[in-house]
Design a binder for this molecule. Structure first.
Ligand code: PLP
Length: 412
C-alpha cells in the first residue's frame, strides 16, 4: 500500500468517533483498535499498513477460504456485472446451481436460502413446528436445545440459545424452548416428550468454546427424535463446510439429521445462509409458508457456488483436518509449557484453550501487538478458528506468538 493511499484511509480514532456519534453501541466493547482495509489468504491489513495473521477467519469463522479467495472474487465480479438481484419471484441460475450442488453433498436435499445463520435457524424452527402440526397436531411445539448453545440473536433463535446471559432484558422470550445439559443423555431423555417437535444442537458447541458432542449423545438425539416423531436439527452454521475436518460435522457421527443449517463459510464473506431439509421434513412447508426478499440472491449465491466448489475441489477439507491437528498439537505443547493453560480442545480448524486466570483479553492484546488475531471467549478462554487454508508454517508462526503472549500475560 502506498503512503499516500494510507493518508486517505480512515484511522482508528476517526472510526471510533463516528461509532460514538452515529452507531448503536452494540459492538463498542469487542472492537479491536484498528480499521481493516484489505485481506488476502490468511492475512489482513489495517489502514496504517500493518499486516496481521488472521487465526479467527475474519473474527467469526466466516472467511473459511481465507480472505478474498480468487475464485469467489471472480464469480462476484462476473455476477455483479450481469445481475445483482431479482427476488424469489423469479429463477436465477446461481441459486439453482447452488441448491443442486448442496444436494449432491448433503443428506438433506432441499434448500431454503436466507442471509444469515440466525435466519437459517429461524427457518428450521418454523419448519419443525409446521412439520409437527401437520403430522401430529397443534400441541407438539417444544424444541429441545442445549445449555451453552448459540443459535442467533433474533427472538426465536435467542430463545433457542441456551445461555441466560443473552436472554436478560429481552423477555418475554418466544415460548416452547427447553434447554438441557450438553452431552447428558439422561437430561435429554427427561426433556424430550410427546410435545417435542425438534431437538436442535450444534455438533460442536462453537461460540461457548469448542465442545464436541459425544458420539453417544448424538446417537441418543437421533433415537429420541425417532421415538417421538421430532426432527433432528443440526446447527452447522459454524461447523459446516469443512471447519471440523469433514465437509459436514454430522459425518463424524454417522447420524442422519433431518435439517441442517448453514451460513458463515457458505458465502466466503458474502451474507448467505441456508436451511437444508430432507424430502420428508421439507414437505411440511407449503408455498407461502416462508420467504426472504434477499435470500439466495444472485450475487450471494454466485459467491457461495464458487466458494463451495473451491472447498470441495482443492483438498481444503483435508488441509483443515491436517493443519487443525497440527495446531492442536502445538496448543498441547504450549499447555505443557505454560501453567496458565488448563485444558485444550479442538476438532479440525476449531480450537480452544482454557486459562487458569481471567487474562484472555490480555493474551489476545499481546498477540495483537505481535500482529496475530486470536479470540478471547469470556475472561478465561482463548479460541482459534483459522481459515481452512492455513498452512502449517502459518500455524507455527501463530503458535510462536501465542507462546510469547502467554509468557507475557503470566508474568504481568
Ligand atoms: N449458529 C451458530 C452455531 C453460530 O455460531 C452463529 C454465529 O456465531 C449463529 C448461529 C448465528 O449466525 P449469524 O450471526 O449469521 O446470525
Amino acid at each position: 500500500m502506498a503512503a499516500n493511499d494510507r493518508e486517505q484511509m480512515m484511522n482508528y480514532d476517526e472510526a471510533q468517533a463516528i461509532e460514538a456519534q452515529n452507531m448503536l453501541a452494540v459492538y463498542t466493547k469487542i472492537r479491536q483498535p484498528m480499521v481493516m482495509v484489505r485481506g488476502e489468504g490468511a492475512y489482513v491489513w489495517d489502514s496504517e499498513g500493518n499486516r496481521y495473521l488472521d487465526l479467527v477467519s475474519g473474527g467469526r469463522a466466516v472467511t473459511a477460504l481465507g480472505h478474498c479467495p480468487g475464485a469467489v472474487v471472480q464469480a462476484i465480479r462476473e455476477q455483479a456485472g450481469r445481475l445483482l438481484h431479482m427476488s424469489n419471484d423469479f429463477y436465477t441460475e446461481p441459486q439453482m446451481e447452488l441448491a443442486r450442488l448442496l444436494a449432491e453433498l448433503c443428506v438433506c436435499k432441499r434448500a431454503f436460502f436466507c442471509n444469515s445463520g440466525a435466519e437459517a435457524n429461524e427457518a428450521a424452527i418454523k419448519l419443525a413446528r409446521k412439520h409437527a402440526r401437520i403430522n401430529y397436531g397443534a400441541d407438539k411445539i417444544e424444541i429441545v436445545t442445549m445449555l451453552g448453545s448459540f443459535h442467533g440473536r433474533t427472538m426465536a433463535t435467542l430463545a433457542a440459545t441456551g445461555q441466560p446471559k443473552y436472554h436478560a432484558d429481552f423477555e418475554p422470550l418466544v415460548p416452547g424452548f427447553k434447554h438441557v445439559e450438553f452431552n447428558n443423555i439422561a437430561a435429554l431423555a427427561g426433556a424430550v416428550n410427546e410435545r417435542t417437535c425438534a431437538v436442535m444442537l450444534e455438533p460442536v458447541l462453537g461460540e461457548s468454546g469448542v465442545y464436541p458432542a459425544s458420539a453417544e449423545f448424538m446417537a441418543a438425539c437421533r433415537e429420541e427424535c425417532d421415538r417421538r416423531g421430532a426432527l433432528l436439527v443440526l446447527d452447522e452454521v459454524q461447523t459446516g463446510l469443512g471447519r471440523t475436518g469433514k465437509l459436514f460435522a454430522y459425518e463424524h457421527y454417522g447420524v442422519r439429521p433431518d435439517v441442517i443449517t448453514l451460513a458463515k463459510a457458505l458465502g466466503s464473506g458474502m451474507p448467505i445462509g441456508a436451511m437444508l431439509a430432507t424430502d420428508e421434513a421439507a414437505r411440511a412447508f407449503a408455498p407461502g409458508d416462508h420467504a426472504s426478499s434477499f435470500g439466495g440472491g444472485a450475487l450471494a449465491a454466485a459467491a457461495a457456488l464458487a466458494g463451495v466448489r473451491a472447498i470441495i475441489a482443492g483438498g481444503v477439507v483435508e488441509n483443515a483436518r491436517q493443519v487443525g491437528a497440527h495446531l492442536l498439537e502445538g496448543l498441547r505443547r504450549l499447555a505443557a509449557k505454560h501453567r496458565l493453560i488448563t485444558e485444550v480442545r479442538g476438532l479440525g480448524m476449531m480450537a480452544a484453550a482454557d486459562l487458569a486466570q481471567p487474562v484472555a483479553a490480555e493474551v489476545r492484546a499481546a498477540c495483537l501487538r505481535r500482529k496475530v488475531l486470536i479470540q478471547a471467549v469470556g475472561a478465561s478462554m482463548l479460541r482459534l478458528i483459522p481459515a481452512l487454508i492455513l498452512t502449517e508454517k502459518q500455524a507455527d508462526a501463530g503458535l510462536a506468538v501465542l507462546d510469547e503472549a502467554l509468557g507475557e500475560a503470566a508474568s504481568a
